[in-house]
Write a protein that binds this ligand. Structure first.
Ligand code: MF3
Ligand code: CO
Length: 298
C-alpha cells in the first residue's frame, strides 16, 4: 500500500523521455543565448523577449507564461532576489550585478525547466565563489539521480556540497520538483536533508533539482507583486537548476546540451583534489560535513 511518505511519481517511457529531451534542449539553448546577451544596460524585459522568440522559433511553448497567472516567459532574479523575479523594462542590469535566469518550455506536452546565474560584467570574488558553490551543489545532486538511489540522496548531496563550499544560506522554503506532463509534480526535492530516505528512484523518473544559495541568511520574503522572492536579510543569491532523467545508464541531464557529460567530468576532477582543499570552511556552528555524493560510474 502506498503511504503518505511515498508520493506517486510519474514514470516515463523512453519515447516520452526523448520528448522531454527535446524540451530540455530548447531550454538549454535558450539559456545559452540569454547568458550571452547579458551585459550592462540590457533590461530583464529585453531578455524575456529574446527568450520567448527563441522558444517559439524552436516550435516549443514557454511554460511559465500564464502559469498561475505568471506574466512572462522567464524569471529574472537580480542580486538579492532569490527566485521568481518578474522581467521588467525598468530593470536595467549594471556591471557587478548577478542575475538568475529561469526558463521552461513545453514540447508536445512534455516539460523542461532550468536556471543559471551569471555575472553582469566583472563581479566580485565573493559572488564568483557563490555562483560556483551553487552550481557545484546542483551537479552533486544530479549525480545521485540514478536507479537504486533514494530521493533524499539527491537532497543530501546538494546540501552537503553547499555546506562544504562555505558558509552559505541554503534556501529551504523553495525546492526542486518532479517534472513531466506538468512543470511541478511530485516529489518535492529539498536542497538539504539526510541521505537514504524517501522514494526509491527508478528508470523513467525525472526531477528538476534547483539549489538556491544566499550570502548570509537564507530566510525569504515575498514582494508585493506576489511572485518575487528576496532574501530577508538582503544577501545576494544564486540559483542553478537542471531537469534530469533517471536512466539505466545513469543521470541524463535533459537541459544540458551535452546531456551532463562535462558537468559530471568536472565533479570527477573535483573529487580527485585533496580533501583539505575541497572543504574551505567547515563552519563550527554547522552540522559535521558528510562527503558529497560520489560521481556516477563511467
Ligand atoms: N524553476 C522555477 C520553479 O520550479 C520555475 C517557476 S515558473 C513560474 O519554481 F511561473 F512559477 F514562475
Ligand atoms: Co523548477
Amino acid at each position: 500500500m502506498r503511504t503518505r511518505q511515498e508520493p506517486q511519481i510519474q514514470v516515463k517511457t523512453p519515447a516520452q523521455l526523448a520528448l522531454m529531451r527535446e524540451a530540455g534542449l530548447v531550454v538549454g539553448r535558450t539559456l545559452d543565448v540569454l547568458a550571452a546577451a547579458v551585459e550592462p544596460g540590457i533590461t530583464t524585459a529585453d531578455l524575456d523577449a529574446i527568450a520567448e522568440r527563441e522558444i517559439r522559433a524552436a516550435g516549443a511553448t514557454p511554460s511559465f507564461k500564464g502559469y498561475h497567472g505568471y506574466p512572462a516567459t522567464i524569471c529574472t532574479s537580480v542580486n538579492d532576489q532569490i527566485v521568481h523575479g518578474i522581467p521588467s523594462a525598468d530593470a536595467k542590469l549594471a556591471s557587478g550585478d548577478i542575475i538568475s535566469i529561469d526558463c521552461g518550455a513545453i514540447v508536445e506536452g512534455w516539460h523542461g525547466d532550468a536556471c543559471l546565474t551569471v555575472g553582469v560584467g566583472p563581479i566580485s570574488e565573493e559572488l564568483t565563489a557563490l555562483l560556483a558553490a551553487c552550481e557545484l551543489a546542483l551537479w552533486h545532486g544530479l549525480a545521485q539521480a540514478r536507479p537504486g538511489a533514494r530521493l533524499s540522496d539527491i537532497s543530501h548531496a546538494v546540501g552537503a556540497s553547499a555546506q562544504a563550499s562555505g558558509r552559505y544560506g541554503i534556501v529551504r522554503e523553495y525546492v526542486g520538483h518532479g517534472i513531466g506532463t506538468e512543470m511541478h509534480m511530485d516529489p518535492a526535492v529539498p536542497n538539504f536533508g539526510r541521505a537514504g530516505r524517501g522514494p526509491l528512484l527508478v528508470e523513467g523518473m525525472a526531477v528538476a533539482v534547483e539549489p538556491m544559495l544566499v550570502l548570509g541568511s537564507a530566510r525569504t520574503r515575498l514582494l508585493d507583486d506576489g511572485w518575487t522572492v528576496v532574501s530577508a536579510g538582503g544577501g545576494m543569491s544564486a540559483h542553478f537548476e537542471h531537469t534530469v532523467a533517471i536512466t539505466a545508464a545513469g543521470p541524463w541531464v535533459l537541459t544540458a546540451l551535452d546531456g551532463g557529460s562535462s558537468g559530471f567530468e568536472r565533479l570527477r576532477a573535483e573529487s580527485r583534489r585533496p580533501e583539505a582543499e575541497q572543504v574551505k570552511d567547515t563552519g563550527a556552528h554547522q552540522a559535521p560535513l558528510a562527503p558529497a555524493g560520489a560521481p556516477p560510474a563511467s
